[in-house]
Write a protein that binds this ligand. Structure first.
Ligand code: FES
Length: 150
């Protein structure tokens, strides 16, 4: 079947079957930098936004994005553009260590901060539950997210 959707503002059309994960379309077909981590929906490295909501694209069915808006990390800041406020805060806050989780974390925090101007620490931690970071213990990631709102 054909799947048509918008990725980072551009129309994308691809041939899929019912089991094709969204990650295959955004990474392999469209060539974004969306990461493959665990491939089992547990780490959040593959997080993209579908109509503004974070999803684990390694498990999310591509068929579900028909006619919808998908954003990958490339929608946050172009390579030659300034970093986004979330990216700046993570960098300034020393929240980036190995970096494996960071694109997914950026997507999740961007979605949250686009919906809520001043989320609580509890809210930030709840939103990040699907993004596994093995380095930081989350403290600096959460502090950085809260710094974006100040
Ligand atoms: Fe999708 Fe880990 S690669 S959740």
């Amino acid at each position: 079947m054909k799947c048509s959707f918008t990725l980072n503002g551009r129309a994308v059309e691809a041939e899929i079957d019912g089991l094709t994960p969204l990650l295959r379309l955004v990474r392999d077909h469209a060539g974004t930098g969306t990461k493959l981590g665990c491939g089992e929906g547990r780490c959040g490295a593959c997080t993209v936004l579908v109509d503004g909501e974070p999803v684990a694209s390694c498990l999310y069915p591509a068929a579900n994005v028909e006619g919808r808006q998908v954003r990958s990390i490339e929608s946050i800041a172009a390579p030659d553009a300034p970093l986004s406020p979330v990216q700046d805060a993570l960098l300034d806050g020393g929240a980036v260590q190995c970096g494996a989780c960071i694109p997914g974390v950026v997507m999740t925090l961007t979605a949250l901060l686009e919906k809520e101007n001043r989320p609580s620490e509890e809210r930030v931690r709840t939103e990040l539950v699907g993004n596994i970071c093995r380095c930081t213990g989350y403290h600096k990631i959460v502090e950085s997210a809260l710094a974006v709102t100040t």
